[in-house]
Design a binder for this molecule. Structure first.
Ligand SMILES: Cc1cc2nc3c(=O)[nH]c(=O)nc-3n(C[C@H](O)[C@H](O)[C@H](O)COP(=O)(O)OP(=O)(O)OC[C@H]3O[C@@H](n4cnc5c(N)ncnc54)[C@H](O)[C@@H]3O)c2cc1C
Length: 630
């Protein structure tokens, strides 16, 4: 049983510190290492897990979701800006979206060069799943991208530190000078010192009570590895945050959370209610209420969710994906040639299963367990619980400085630098730039990696780290061990004790608050001012109890700090939904007391900031800059 006194302190110094080892962090490491080598600088990357299989792409993916195709003349970066503006109902940082869109193709070409198999047609052109999506053999996607990052770090004399859970920022006033964390394998407390820091520790899951509870707990659409470490880190650094109210609720195959993109985009499948109605057709009139976005194409993801929810609210669930109908329709072309028909059916069937085997293997297992043959029988789909994933169709994250060459009101530092000096944010860590996905997150990492090195060369000073603060953090972070050790003998069951709570119990309490007051699954995604205010009251009490969490081992210590990070992102979410007095994204959440979109007052960013000195939150509106002529 570890106690605080057992822990050795390990110091790691670098010029640039990259936190996380996912797509954005690997992009940052690959690019930064190149520039660091040229300038004799050291880059260190820290990952909570093993980088080969860490983060949201751990299991692999079946498509690259952002490829613009500028070189081939397929699309322009400006068109991508229009697409994101439309999907987020007008709220997006168009400068950031544009910056990623104009760089993302080169990132995808690097992926291919590193060994990723992107599907090609007979003419050698990429096979598109949809306008922006490319089909890949992606079961080893993460390994390929991690290998490139590791090679670049090695080549530049950098270092990768795996299985270290990063907790808090180290600050020198408003400047970030490093981070602290602990090993998830050994009794070691880590102190990282750096001249600049990039945060790429992903989004958050299990802030809300998931649909899968009890024996299914741990299963979710968003992988359970990311607990809001990026948001926690930037909030605690005192950086301004944006769009913390924008959660993402994907509609996926029920219980296995399998992807639906290939079905909708590649197979052109329909989704229907239990009574057979196509909700996208039957409730099309409702889209009028959400114009201009409701009437433009593609219909925003939240509105598509919403039209399905109209049916489930009316008792017309479950909803189904008409897989059998879609497959038959495609194969029909071959119906006069039995041999070709059989071959095509086989091909479609294998594509259908491969889509899951590439990225959500558990869905294939569930289908097998439920005797589903997609070519014979439709499958149930459902709206998942809410997630925070700013790189996908959510938008939460840090408010970052925009690109140098665009004339916008959002420039105060180096591109992707937060409002805290020397602290950069990428991927799910940077807000209001949705739809960057795996490729765009990597591209954004590369942009920030280069900018962070530029910052270090122009302004980087030796980090001034307060030793007393580090000792205080160490004591606080490891306190759950002593709390357990000093009190465990008081009762017969070590998990039931008046002196402490176990991390699992704390997590359930957090999830109950969010589910019932902040518009989770069991509240049908509905909330209101009164519910949010009560939720904040309960969150205050939960916060008081957060330092009563006890840990028996390193794994539980990680659970404690994951919980605390989730609790902070939850609070920023409650506050932001309370501040935005409208319903802008029905299908993600409904403010039942302000059920309409209010473009006159709320076509703006909702930003928030926690002040480390006073402990107070500040809520604010920020104007939306629209790209001229786009
Ligand atoms: C189910 C699902 C399906 C998706 N499908 C597609 C798709 O088909 N195509 C596509 O292009 N994109 C897809 N995406 C989006 C894509 O996965 C993300 O956009 C991308 O992974 C975001 O990159 P990131 O670096 O921000 O986060 P991640 O890639 O998730 O990386 C986060 C990293 O931070 C580390 N970390 C977390 N906490 C800590 C901590 N406290 N200390 C240290 N390290 C920490 C993690 O171990 C991980 O290495 C999908 C995402 C999900 C969840």
């Amino acid at each position: 049983m570890p106690v605080t006194a057992d822990f050795e302190t390990v110091e790691v110094s670098s010029d640039l510190l990259i936190l996380g080892g996912g797509f954005s962090a690997c992009g940052a490491a690959t690019e930064a290492a190149y520039w660091a080598k040229k300038n004799g600088l050291k880059v260190v990357m820290v990952d909570k897990a093993a980088t080969d299989r860490s983060g949201a792409v751990a299991m692999g993916l079946s498509a690259i979701n952002q490829y613009v195709g500028i070189g081939a003349g397929d699309n322009t970066a400006e068109e991508y800006v229009q697409y994101v503006r439309q999907d987020l109902m007008g709220v997006s940082r168009e400068d950031l979206v544009y910056n990623i869109a104009r760089h993302v193709d080169s990132t995808v070409h690097l992926f291919e060069k590193w060994g990723l198999n992107i599907w090609k047609d007979e003419e050698g052109k990429y096979v598109h799943e949809g306008r922006w999506q490319l089909m890949i053999n992606g079961e080893s996607y993460k390994i390929i991208i991690a290998e490139a990052a590791k090679n670049a770090l090695n080549d530049a004399g950098g270092e990768l530190v795996e299985r270290v859970f990063v907790v808090e920022p180290l600050m020198d006033g408003n400047k970030c000078v490093g981070a602290v964390g602990f090993s998830t394998r050994e009794n070691k407390f880590y102190v990282f010192k750096a001249k600049a820091v990039i945060v790429g520790m992903g989004g958050a899951v299990h802030v809300f009570r998931p649909r899968s509870v009890g024996e299914g707990f741990g299963r979710s659409w968003y992988p359970p590895f990311n607990s809001g470490s990026s948001a926690y880190f930037t909030i605690r650094a005192g950086a301004e945050m944006t769009c913390q109210e924008v959660r993402f609720i994907p509609v996926r195959f029920k219980d296995g959370y399998g992807p639906v993109g290939a079905w909708f985009l590649l197979f052109k499948s329909r989704a229907v209610s239990a009574v057979g109605g196509d909700y996208m057709v039957e409730h099309a009139d409702e889209l009028e209420n959400w114009k201009p976005y409701g009437l433009a194409k593609p219909i925003p993801a939240n509105l598509r969710n919403y039209l399905g929810m109209i049916d489930t609210d009316a008792g017309k669930g479950p909803l189904y994906m008409e897989t059998d109908e879609a497959i038959q329709k495609i194969a029909e072309e071959y119906k006069d040639d039995p041999k070709a028909f059989k071959k095509k059916m086989k091909e479609l069937e294998s594509e259908a299963w491969e889509d899951f085997l590439d990225m959500t293997i558990s869905q294939a297992i569930l289908w097998a367990g439920l005797n589903v043959k997609p070519e014979e029988k439709h499958s149930e789909i459902a709206a998942c619980e809410p997630y925070f994933i700013g790189s996908h169709s959510g938008a939460s994250g840090a408010w970052v400085s925009g690109p140098e060459d665009l004339d916008t009101p959002y420039k105060w530092g180096y591109t992707n630098m937060t409002t805290a000096e020397a602290l950069f944010a990428v991927g799910d860590g940077s807000g209001a730039s949705s739809h960057k996905f795996s490729s765009g997150s990597h591209a954004e990492g590369r942009i920030a990696g280069k900018q962070a090195i530029k910052y270090i060369l122009e302004k980087g000073a030796e980090p001034n780290v307060d030793k007393a603060k580090v000792e205080e953090l160490k004591k606080n972070i490891l306190a759950p061990f002593d709390l357990f050790e000093n009190n465990k003998g008081k009762y017969t069951d070590p998990e039931v004790n008046t002196e402490y709570i176990m991390p699992r119990q704390f997590l359930h309490r957090l999830q109950k608050i969010m589910d019932e007051y902040a518009g989770g699954v069991t509240s049908a995604f509905k909330t209101s001012k009164a519910l949010l205010e009560r939720g904040l009251e309960l969150m205050g009490l939960l916060k008081e109890d957060s330092d009563k969490q006890a840990a028996r081992d390193l794994h539980e210590l990680m659970r404690v700090w994951e919980n605390n990070q989730r609790m902070w992102i939850a609070e920023s979410h409650l506050r932001s939904m309370l501040f935005r007095e409208e319903t802008r994204w029905p299908g993600y959440y409904f403010r039942a007391d302000t059920p309409k979109m209010d473009n006159d007052n709320w076509l703006c960013f909702v930003n928030c900031k926690w002040d480390p000195n006073s402990g107070e939150w500040e809520m604010m509106k920020r104007d939306i800059w629209t790209m001229p002529g786009v």
